[in-house]
Write a protein that binds this ligand. Structure first.
Ligand code: ACM
Length: 270
């Protein structure tokens, strides 16, 4: 199957323009699963909850999902993209999967980064694996990468590809995602954004370098720090079913879960 990323430079607050730009790049692609960045339609640095609220949309009835569904159907694409989701008066930093057949799923970011905590509700939905065209897809969003538990849970639930819409700012997220691939023997697709935002006294520069990584940690495709970029590669998702590292090591079978239980619960020492 064909998978890839679309690395973008969103214009803050201009949802129609950002969706239009994605649509215009995707019009030359078909029959693929493509990941776009976190909050690709709005930009990232909100100044107030009111500003965010004006840009957030319900998944079921909002403009962005409706447009992305049209593109997905027309081009036979499965699209995974980040957007601010309004649901029951709460706002989540979400990633939405729309399939070429019109199905829609939303994942609400669990681990909020820095000032996101001032604006968004953390998600509390189960970590779901979606079967799309016979392939099993899990989703994490940006800073979720630093919590290896979530990728592990998705891999244990059978995910073959972890899709990772991102607005990475720390310099080591991409390297860490190679590790997430290796330690779980899964494909990972990180779609990061580029550019900088300065709003009020806060500014951030996003690190680009989107990538597709295979279960052995090889980078199959990558982008630069600076350019808008669409890259697509052919993969066999079934490669992720093999969890062996040596003839005597299977990373799932070898786990010592009876020893981990208490340590992976809420308590921790400082
Ligand atoms: C991030 O989670 N957007 C850094």
């Amino acid at each position: 199957m064909k998978v890839g990323f679309l690395q973008l430079r969103p214009k803050f607050g201009d949802v129609k323009e950002n969706v239009k730009e994605a649509a215009s790049i995707l019009k030359n692609v078909s029959d693929a699963t493509i990941v776009l960045p976190e909050l690709f339609n709005t930009g990232y640095l909100f100044r107030t909850v009111d500003e965010l609220s004006a840009l957030a949309e319900p998944v079921a009835t909002g403009y962005t999902v409706a447009e992305m569904k049209k593109i997905a159907r027309k081009r036979k694409l499965n699209l995974i993209f980040g957007m601010a989701e309004k649901q029951n008066k709460k706002i989540y930093n979400s990633a939405v999967l729309v399939t070429s057949k019109g199905k829609v799923f939303s994942y609400q970011k669990t681990h909020l980064f820095d000032r996101e905590k001032l604006f968004f509700q953390p998600g509390s939905n189960a970590f779901a694996v979606h079967t799309v065209d016979g392939c099993k897809i899990g989703i994490i969003i940006c800073f979720d990468w630093i919590f290896p538990e979530i990728t592990r849970i998705l891999a244990l639930k059978g995910a073959q590809i972890i899709c990772h819409p991102a607005n990475l700012v720390l310099p080591y997220g991409q390297d860490a995602m190679r590790t997430r691939s290796i330690e779980n023997r899964v494909f990972t697709i990180t779609a990061n954004r580029i550019g900088a935002e300065k709003r009020g006294n806060v500014s951030l520069t996003f690190t680009g370098k989107s990538q597709v990584v295979n279960p052995k940690g090889d980078v199959l495709a990558s982008a630069s720090e600076r350019s808008i970029s669409l890259k697509i590669v052919e993969i066999d998702p079934n490669e992720a079913n093999d969890k062996t590292i040596t003839p005597n090591n299977d990373i799932f079978e070898d786990r010592k879960t009876s020893l981990y239980g208490a340590l992976l619960s809420k308590t921790h020492a400082r």
